[in-house]
Design a protein around this ligand. Structure first.
Ligand SMILES: Nc1ncnc2c1ncn2[C@@H]1O[C@H](COP(=O)(O)OP(=O)(O)OP(=O)(O)O)[C@@H](O)[C@H]1O
Ligand SMILES: [Mg+2]
Ligand SMILES: [Zn+2]
Length: 451
C-alpha cells in the first residue's frame, strides 16, 4: 500500500490505514473507500489576509462588513441582518420542504442590485425556470448553471463576480481532485472547505443547500457545521403549510432567531403576525388548553398549549409530549402531584404545542401546568388569560426574562389577564393600565384563581 492513500468511512468519516469491512465507529458495512492523501500545502492555499505575521488587533482592517440585504425581513433576521460579505452559509432541510424555492426568492430580491450565480446539480435549468415563473422570480440577473465540478464553479464565480453564489445542493457537487463519488463525506468536506476559501478570498457570500439524513442531521460529517459560518435549518410539517427557519450556529448574529413562512403556490410568504397564526384556531371553552408566551429570539410569540389527561388503560400510564421536552413534562407532573395533591400519576398525559412549534423555554411551565390541571379537572381555563412563569421544584413561580415584550404581545392580541411572576424588571405603565396583571408566587395561588 502506498503511503499516499488511506481509507475513510463514507458514512461518518472514520479514517483507517487499512480497508475495513465494517466501520468500528458507526457500524456501517462496506463503507470504506480509498482516499488520496493531499499535502496540506495543496489543500490550504491560505486565506487572504491571514498572514502569519502577528499584528496588533487594532491594526487589522475591519472594513467589508456591509451586509447584503436579502429583501426578506424574516430571512434577514435569522442571518443577523443579511448576508455578511465572504460568509459561508449552510441551509439544511428535508426533501421538498422548500429550500430551492426560498433561495430562488431570495436571489430574485438580491438580483435587483446585481448578478447572482445559482448552481443546481439537482434540477435542470428548465425545471428551475418553471418554478421561477410560478413564484414570479424571473430576473435576467439570475444566472443559472448546471455545473457540478467545483473547480469550474470557482472559475465561473471568479469571472462573473456575482453578488452571491447559491449551491443547490452540496451533495451533488464534487472536486476533480478526489476520486470518491459526489455526496460522500470526503467530497462534501472538500467542496465545502474550498468554497469557504473562495468566499473568504473573493468576499462573495456563498450559500450552500444541504440535504438532511433520516436521522435529521445535515448529510455529511458533523465537521461540515464547523467549517461554515452559519448553519440554518429549515423545519416544518410536510402536511402543513407552515415553515420555519432556525439558526443553530451563527458567527455573525444570534442563534435564537426564527423566521416564519407559509408555503403557497406563489412561494414562501412571511408570517407577519406569528401569534395570531399560532393561536388562531384555538377552540373556545375547551378544557386542557392554555396560552403561553414563548420568546423566540427577540420576539415574543403567543402559543397554545394543549393537554389531555385520561384514565390509563394499562398498568404503566403513557406520557407523551410534542413540542416540549418530555423530561420537562415529567418534572411538572411530579410538581403538580406533590404540591397540589392531584393524583395524576395513574393517568395518561398527552401534551402538544399547537401549530407544531417546539419550545424549550421554561417560562411556559405555568401554562403547561394549567393546561394539564384543566384537563384533569375537566374545567376550562379562564378566558382571555396568558400564563407566564417558570415553576420551581417547590411549586414556586420564578421570574422570566423580557416580561415587557411578552406583555406587549398579549396586549396587541387583545388578552385581558396575564398571570406573571414577581419580576425585577419594572413593568411599563401602559401594560399596568391595559392588562389585569396577576402576580403569583406559587402554584396553589394560581389554581385557586384559575378554576
Ligand atoms: N403549485 C404549488 N403550490 C403550492 N406549493 C407548491 C407548489 N409546487 C410546489 N410546492 C411546494 O414546494 C415544495 C418543493 O419546494 P422545493 O423544491 O423548493 O423544495 P426543496 O427543499 O428544494 O426540495 P429538494 O430537497 O427536493 O430539493 C413542495 O414540497 C411543495 O410543498
Ligand atoms: Mg431543491
Ligand atoms: Zn463509519
Amino acid at each position: 500500500m502506498s503511503k499516499k492513500t488511506y481509507f475513510e468511512c463514507e458514512h461518518c468519516g472514520y479514517k483507517s490505514r487499512k480497508w475495513l469491512g465494517r466501520c468500528p465507529d458507526c457500524g456501517t458495512w462496506n463503507s470504506f473507500v480509498e482516499v488520496k492523501e493531499q499535502s496540506n500545502k495543496q489543500r490550504i492555499r491560505g486565506l487572504k489576509g491571514t498572514g502569519v505575521k502577528p499584528l496588533p488587533i487594532t491594526e487589522i482592517s475591519s472594513a467589508q462588513y456591509a451586509r447584503i440585504d436579502t429583501g426578506s425581513e424574516e430571512f434577514n433576521r435569522v442571518l443577523g441582518g443579511g448576508f455578511v460579505p465572504g460568509s459561508l452559509t449552510l441551509l439544511g432541510g428535508e426533501p421538498g420542504i422548500g429550500k430551492s424555492t426560498l433561495m430562488l426568492q431570495i436571489c430574485n430580491n438580491i438580483a435587483k442590485s446585481g448578478e447572482i450565480l445559482y448552481f443546481s446539480g439537482e434540477e435542470s435549468p428548465s425545471q428551475i425556470k418553471l418554478r421561477a415563473e410560478r413564484i414570479k422570480a424571473l430576473n435576467t440577473n439570475i444566472l443559472l448553471s448546471g455545473e457540478v465540478v467545483l473547480e469550474n464553479i470557482i472559475e465561473l464565480v471568479n469571472n462573473v463576480k456575482p453578488l452571491i453564489v447559491v449551491i443547490d445542493s452540496i451533495q451533488t457537487m464534487f472536486s476533480e481532485e478526489l476520486s470518491s463519488a459526489p455526496g460522500t463525506v470526503s467530497q462534501i468536506r472538500e467542496v465545502t472547505t474550498k468554497l469557504l476559501f473562495e468566499a473568504k478570498n473573493s468576499g462573495i457570500p456563498v450559500l450552500i443547500i444541504g440535504h438532511i439524513t433520516k436521522e435529521g442531521a445535515i448529510a455529511g460529517p458533523k465537521t461540515l457545521e464547523h467549517i461554515v459560518d452559519t448553519v440554518l435549518y429549515f423545519e416544518g410539517d410536510r402536511f402543513q403549510s407552515r415553515r420555519l427557519i432556525r439558526s443553530i450556529k451563527n458567527r455573525f448574529g444570534s442563534t435564537n432567531e426564527l423566521a416564519l413562512f407559509e408555503m403557497t403556490s406563489e412561494g414562501l410568504i412571511p408570517i407577519s403576525n406569528p401569534s395570531e397564526f399560532f393561536i388562531g384556531e384555538r377552540p373556545e371553552d375547551t378544557t386542557g388548553s392554555s396560552i403561553v408566551s414563548a420568546m423566540e429570539g427577540t420576539r415574543a410569540i403567543l402559543v397554545e398549549i394543549q393537554a389531555l389527561v385520561s384514565e390509563s388503560a394499562f398498568g404503566t400510564p403513557r406520557r407523551m409530549a410534542i413540542g416540549i421536552d418530555p423530561n420537562r413534562l415529567h418534572l411538572l407532573l411530579a410538581i403538580i402531584e406533590k404540591r397540589l395533591d392531584y393524583l395524576i400519576s395513574r393517568d395518561d398525559v398527552y401534551l402538544n404545542v399547537a401549530g407544531g412549534l417546539s419550545i424549550s423555554e421554561p417560562s411556559t411551565d405555568l401554562g403547561v401546568a394549567v393546561a394539564i390541571v384543566s384537563s384533569f379537572l375537566n374545567k376550562p381555563v379562564l378566558k382571555d388569560a396568558v400564563f407566564i412563569g417558570e415553576i420551581g421544584l417547590s411549586g414556586e413561580i420564578r421570574s422570566v426574562a423580557a416580561i415587557n415584550k411578552r406583555l406587549a404581545e398579549a396586549c396587541s392580541l387583545g388578552f385581558k389577564k396575564v398571570f406573571i411572576p414577581d419580576t425585577k424588571e419594572s413593568i411599563e405603565k401602559k401594560f399596568k393600565e391595559k392588562l389585569e396583571l396577576i402576580h403569583c408566587r406559587n402554584l396553589k395561588q394560581v389554581f385557586d384563581l384559575v378554576f
